[in-house]
Design a protein around this ligand. Sequence first.
Ligand code: AMP
Length: 544
Amino acid sequence: MSTLQGQMMDVQLLVSALLRHADYNHADTEIVSRRLEGDIHRYTYSEAAVRIRKMANALEAFGLKRGERAATLAWNGYRHFELYYAISGIGSVMHTINPRLHPEQVAWIVNHAEDRILFFDITFAPIVDAIADKCPTVQQWVAMIDPDKMPEMKNVTPVSYEDFIQAQSAAYEWPELDENAAAALCYTSGTTGNPKGVLYSHRSLVLHTYAACLPDAFGVDATDVVLPIVPMFHVNAWSLPYVGALAGVKLVFPGAKLDGESVCELFENEKVTISAGVPTVWLLVLQYLQQNNRKLSTVKRMTVGGSACPPALMKTFKNDYGVQLEHAWGMTEMSPLGTYNHPKAKHLQLSEDEQFQARLSQGRAVFGVEMKIVDDKGNRMPQDGQSTGDLHVRGPWVVDRYFKKDESPLVDGWFPTGDVGYIDPDGYLTITDRTKDVIKSGGEWIGSIDIENIAMAHPAVAMAACIAARHEKWDERPLLLVQIKEGQSVTKEDLLKHFEGKIAKWWTPDDVLFVDSLPLGATGKVQKNKLRDEYGDHLLKQPA
Ligand code: AMP
């Protein structure tokens, strides 16, 4: 049966359109970067667009074809921003690699992606030296630095980024690509097995960018100054380099200096209004502010995601610094945005404390993402704020298939996220655990995130991780690992007392171990698998 077709223009949704939009409409809006050269670099969207067109010509002169991959190992900065647009814009694939991975894994990823050219910040020159002779597909290495600051290298002779584009014309017509063509590639930081590639299309990136700008998501407009701390090598910095161009915000890139002092200096000097990062980053910023008695004068909101936001962190930022931490949830496979926590009108009638409580969940689905909670048999569970199960999602920016994998990860057309949680009648999602981190005690689930949040609310605790430790009677019991704040102390007994009345008694950890530091993975999350390997038998060794 034929349907009546709409009669609107068939204009493809392309990454290059975001750049052209910023170039025409926000030509003199600034992009500011802290450079490895040591200075602060500033230019405008229109100056960026000139260099991006030169890079497009340079890539074509090099011979990079449509669909071929070009990789980066780089911090957040203007050259990385230029590559985002130039590589995708000519129809090739922008492949961001996480430089915190082990060089063996980086080499594996480069080979799997068959990258033809690799751009790197000189911080990562040792990685390039280590992998160069293991990566036969890479025909050109480009150092993202001024020509007079080129690094001494043993196994490659890179060209400087500036020399690579210098002779090129600034005239370039962006091709009309198919919006379903691949535009960007990012490998998951999976803890088991090899990483898996998620291949974003122009269409998925543009639709995701629209959604990310919505008032109930990042909610940016052309008066904002946005500093993405979340790295551009981790799910496209949660899409902020694209959001910047769509909304015409001033972007501020922090480069390699992510310590509290350097970040706060940029916040103040550049009058940053919005920032985004994982909880560990905000813990560092908070420590710096507290220890140096500093305030933040322009920051309004900080998005926190990547792992659960500790309530104590949100409370302190709000009460002591007037900054709202906004909780969001997503994953590499979702470009990454799934949910974002903003209040509804009815929440504004609640008491201050109730409003604070409402802010703690991971938030509501942004339009474009559908969510459901399913039981062990795959049946949809009620959205009642308590039925807990596996979270499945679908939408136009959710992965359909991993790069070069034949089998689909989908179940009945939905992507199983590997997260466990519940959804309330208002649509707010609460993540209680990762499937693989779940603690099952006597057949009942214990939410490790809840336990960690309570521990982290103790004034002496810097970081906490709760893992499943094997137990003779209950199969698994919660074991808490704690990193104490510098100069503070607390006993195990005091810490366990702190749990009283806050959770069911049987959720209280069986033991507390104090550690110097918790192992963090390449994206700043505590590596619970490592902790399980090391401490998983701890309770079995205890005298009964
Ligand atoms: P990645 O693909 O590295 O971004 O990791 C995605 C995973 O991080 C999700 O599946 C969650 O397990 C976790 N995650 C992301 N955001 C949150 C959040 N706000 N709260 C709890 N877990 C989160």
